[in-house]
Design a protein around this ligand. Sequence first.
Ligand code: ITT
Length: 183
Amino acid sequence: MDVTLVTTNPGKLREVRALLSEFGAVVRPLRRALPEPQSDSLDVVARAKLAAVSDLRGWVLVEDSGLFIPSLGGFPGVYSSHIYAIWGLDPILELLARRPRAAVFRTVAGLRRGRTTWYLTGECDGTIATSARGSGGFGFDPIFIPKGSRRTFAEMSETEKGVVSHRGRAMRSVGEILAESKK
Ligand code: ITT
């Protein structure tokens, strides 16, 4: 079946497309800038994004993700896309020079069909590397090392990243709902 993914982020689109193809879903992208209300919760942002595409019919999917670093009070968190666009990676590495490096990536996906909505979450624990490594992926991938690995997300193939990533986990829950609806 077809699913419309509303996003401006080509990296997100690539990953979601590959992850949902495992469930027989075809992802149709729609590039539309969505509101990101001031909130410290991905959940609130995902709900606002889904509300902003109430004009779309069929299966509609949005997602909001962020990198949360406890020693920085959860920063950049819901501000990840702005912070990455303005700062890039280096200031985060500098801020962590003398702080604990634990971090977690989180995704909240919002899925809707007709009047039914689902919110699916995924998390990936890890640490922030001491320097940027690798050329794959997007955003903070070169500085994030998932738990149990020595490589950053950017040093992994897209398939390897998807097995453990926040987005992989959330999208497998999305895929199960899509697959179930076909029965
Ligand atoms: P849309 O809202 O249009 O979908 P966006 O890029 O603004 O695109 P988010 O609000 O979800 O998406 O922002 C998440 C930001 O966090 C994103 O721009 C990246 O910088 C970062 N990010 C999210 N998932 C990531 C991942 O898997 N790897 C690396 N960085 C990621």
